[in-house]
Design a binder for this molecule. Sequence first.
Ligand code: ARG
Ligand code: ZN
Length: 466
Amino acid sequence: VLSAGACAASNGATAPSAAPGKSGAQPPAAENELIGAAGIGDPDFPADGNGGYDVENYTLKLSYEPSATRLAGTATVRARAIQGLTRFDLDLHGYTVRKVTVDGSPATFARKGDELVIDPASPLVKGAAFTVAVTYDGKPDPVRNSSNLGTYGFIPTKDGAFVTSEPNGAKTWFPCNDHPADKATFDFDVTVPSGLTVVANGEMRGAPVTSGGRSTFSWREAHPMATYLATVTLGKFHVKTGKSASGIPVFAATDPAYAKSLDQLYAISAKVTDYWSTVFGPYPFSSTGGVIDDFSAGYALENQTKPMYGGFQPDQGIVAHELAHQWFGDSVSITRWKDLWLNEGFATYAEWLWTEHTGGQSADKTFRDYYSANDSEMWRYPPGVAQREDLFNNSVYTRGAMTLQALRLKIGDDTFFKLLRTWTDQHKYGGATTTDFITLAGKLSARDLTPLFDAWLFKPTRPTLQ
Ligand code: ARG
Ligand code: ZN
């Protein structure tokens, strides 16, 4: 499902096909209006996602063999054409593609870098619903250290795989429109050697089915989800399920190396989800939880309903952060990566709120500490424009969070928390931009907040404090 912001993104951006000097680019759209663009229109990530269609559902029937590090299966993508299409792309990195069908008929396909280029047997008309099935297999090749992002995507581990894909690693395990501007529902059917557990997003559909030494786990995420938030983390896991005090289903899992952390992970995740529901608005999804794997990712990721903690026992602050993302990032998604502070600034601010809520220092004190620390690097980096080569810079997190405290001081607590709840409500399951947030803040506070947002988000200097 394309969010409203996504259309703006596509319209506002230079289509990668028309970008000057881009070798291998398709001819300009005017000459080929029936060819879907190779990118969705994010100027910083011109190859990510694709134009011309809108995905509604991914059904991933996969099997994974850890001893051979081999992933195989069929991804079925249900989509709608938003223009006539004689050709369109899916993002896919690596693998051998065996077969592609569109609406059941074999289609011609070619590989071009990380694009799977598909020519359906008959053209798709504008508005048509269509189904693409891609059968593929091979050795996963996760993205390794593109700028400062570490390793991400489908990462083989000694007993399975750790699957966290932000920003654009979903293409390392299934063909997709790999950009948060196109969210979709997901069905997962994943077969692994018996004894292993598959943890995907949403809810498990019945008990795993075992035969011939292999078990198939079925999961469904029925709420729209960005591709980078999808996971099929698998391996040996201890699992604890139940309900939070307010009645939200909880699924927690840990690698055996973290067995002692399972109860704590479960309890904190439940408690945090309940608390955020009172602060940010009703929990947007059907279950909450978390997973600790023994792969040392060096980061956590807010996978929808199932945050992943890569090789460490998370403290309460990180759990508070990842679960705040369920509202900020997962339910309300960004439509261009430059707006990343809408995810990370908000989740970091949530950490400060959690510290205050649990008797630690106030969010305002945290704000003032950061303000007086002489972090010239942070003041040089305007968090409102996350930079492609340094997307997850500390400024996007910390100065992004400071922006919210500066805003709160200006508009007062009542308006500020009403703003957060209105934001999560208005854009629930969709996408939004920084401009949308600034506009809503101005409207609810009936103030001109342009100077404040300008100073905090867009200037390469430390703002003055009024
Ligand atoms: N969104 C994650 C967080 O909770 C960070 C993900 C970083 N991604 C990466 N490939 N290193 O802050
Ligand atoms: Zn985060």
